[in-house]
Design a protein around this ligand. Structure first.
Ligand SMILES: Cc1cc2nc3c(=O)[nH]c(=O)nc-3n(C[C@H](O)[C@H](O)[C@H](O)COP(=O)(O)OP(=O)(O)OC[C@H]3O[C@@H](n4cnc5c(N)ncnc54)[C@H](O)[C@@H]3O)c2cc1C
Length: 442
């Protein structure tokens, strides 16, 4: 293999070729050119672009978050997907959150916030309005127990690897050099500032560093000598928590021959999040699967009648071994229990899927995510010339974080969009609000 020839010096070094790193690099280069400067930006990626969570993401782009700070960041991010829908493989089919009474208030608050920032959506509240709304979309829907429905018009889903490639293409066109197979292993300091980045292929001097290491946040934290434990809450209620905790997102590709998700008159189905509090029974053998709040999410697949979807994730804890990362690692994919759960949830939601039992062609997959203690990302300075974006397991859709971070680096001004995502929220009593959703990231 030819050895990699790195530059001796680069003004800005971005670590990580996932969506956050690539979006930041693209926008850094664009802003530099706009200011009349050279777009002297490089990306260092230890494997290949999209090798982390970005490349295996389910690609759902939605704005269904209880945290008010998310609504505007995602609205801006959807704008980036809309700016080149074809390039990102963005399917703007809409997004539907379907919830029981316990989550009705959450959904109403989310709808209110979406109205406030001009993110177009429609809310149905109460059993009869929800029934009418859902039956208009799918005559065979089971709307029993559904108490609120939120329909986001600008949301949908995007092709994960297509999005990664499109970001890389845009970054390169803006002047960024991307080096794959180069691992950052250390930092050289001059006083408190990073003067150079040490890599598996040599040392590069730099003016500033932006790291978006995804699941490898603990290693990045260690490299900077930072504490991997943060404080949650204040005073007597304060508790310590690891900054990074791993979860297994359980997803899969499913086909029931001849039966798809299309709605009334063959309409394309929106992406759906279906949460419930009624017991869920197996569509295979009638056994009780859960009597706790549960949820599934689903969308049409890339081709034909396929369905892509998932169920509740599994907590793997802070010590889970991430490498080797990806679907070839049997510890990092969902099993048949997900298939039974997911297809039973679908059969609960849409009558057309009932009694299909083992007729499903099931391919459970998914992948490991890294979450922060309040399940929202961190975007902050972690040194005088070092900026870190820490993922929180649902960042595929958050392309505007990289853009805002790039602007902060260049202007050293604070982006109001990113203010709620600072590290100081831990221990400062300003962590994000927790929803009543059974999911850790809503
Ligand atoms: C199965 C699954 C489904 C998901 N579904 C959705 C969804 O539907 N919608 C959504 O919004 N989000 C979803 N997510 C979450 C989303 O994919 C992530 O939040 C997002 O991709 C994180 O991007 P990132 O750039 O921070 O990290 P990553 O994509 O993990 O990228 C980090 C990169 O940094 C590189 N790196 C790390 N350390 C170093 C180093 N020292 N030197 C050089 N390179 C380094 C890694 O190799 C990696 O490529 C899903 C995730 C999974 C796993």
């Amino acid at each position: 293999m030819p050895s990699i020839k790195l530059p001796d010096v680069a003004r800005f070094i971005v670590i990580g070729g996932g969506v956050h790193g690539l979006s930041a690099a693209w926008h850094l280069a664009k802003e530099l050119t706009a200011k009349g400067d050279q777009p002297d930006v490089i990306v260092l990626e230890k494997a290949m672009i999209g090798a982390g969570a970005s490349g295996i993401s389910g690609g759902i782009v939605r704005n269904y978050y209880r945290s008010e700070a998310m609504t505007e960041v995602i609205s801006e991010s959807v704008g980036i997907f809309e700016s080149d829908a074809e390039g990102f493989g963005f399917h703007q089919v809409g997004y539907l959150a379907v919830v029981p009474e316990a989550q009705r208030e959450d959904l109403e608050a989310i709808a209110e916030r979406q109205r406030a920032v001009g993110f177009e959506s429609e809310l149905a509240s109460g059993a009869s309005d929800c029934r009418e709304y859902l039956e208009w979309l799918w005559p065979d829907v089971n709307s029993d127990g559904v108490k609120a429905v939120l329909h986001e018009k600008r949301s949908g889903w995007a092709d994960a690897i297509g999005t990664v490639r499109n970001l890389a293409r845009k970054a390169r066109e803006a002047g960024v050099q991307i080096f794959e197979g180069v691992e950052v292993t250390g930092l050289d300091y001059s006083g408190s500032e990073v003067s150079a980045v040490i890599t598996s292929a040599g040392t590069i001097r730099c003016e500033a560093v932006l790291a978006a290491p995804g699941l490898w946040a603990p290693q990045w934290w260690a490299m900077q000598g930072l504490d991997p434990v943060v404080t949650l809450g204040e005073g007597d209620e304060a508790e310590q928590a690891p900054l990074t905790e791993y979860w297994l997102a359980r997803e899969g590709d499913y086909v029931l021959p001849g039966v798809g998700l299309a709605g009334n008159a063959g309409r394309a189905a929106p992406v759906v999040h279906f949460d419930h509090t009624e017991p869920l029974y197996s569509d295979r053998d009638g056994e009780l699967l859960t009597d706790q709040p549960w949820g599934i999410y689903f969308r049409m697949g890339m081709t034909g009648g396929g369905i892509v979807g998932g169920g509740l994730p599994l907590k793997m804890g802070p010590d889970f071994v991430v490498d080797p990362y990806g679907p070839d690692n049997p510890e990092q994919v969902a099993g048949d229990d997900l298939s039974e759960f997911f297809t039973s949830g679908l059969a609960f939601a849409l009558k057309r899927f009932r009694g299909a039992g083992d007729k499903w062609d099931s391919n459970p997959n998914g992948g490991v995510l890294a979450l922060t203690p309040d399940r929202y990302p961190v975007a902050d300075w972690t040194g005088p010339n070092v900026y870190s974006i820490l993922d929180a397991g649902h960042g595929f859709k958050m392309l505007a974080v990289g853009r805002e971070a790039a602007r902060e680096i260049l202007g050293h001004r604070s982006s109001p969009l990113l203010e709620p995502f600072r590290l100081s929220r831990f221990g400062g009593g300003t962590t994000h609000v927790v929803s009543k959703s059974p999911y850790p990231w809503t």
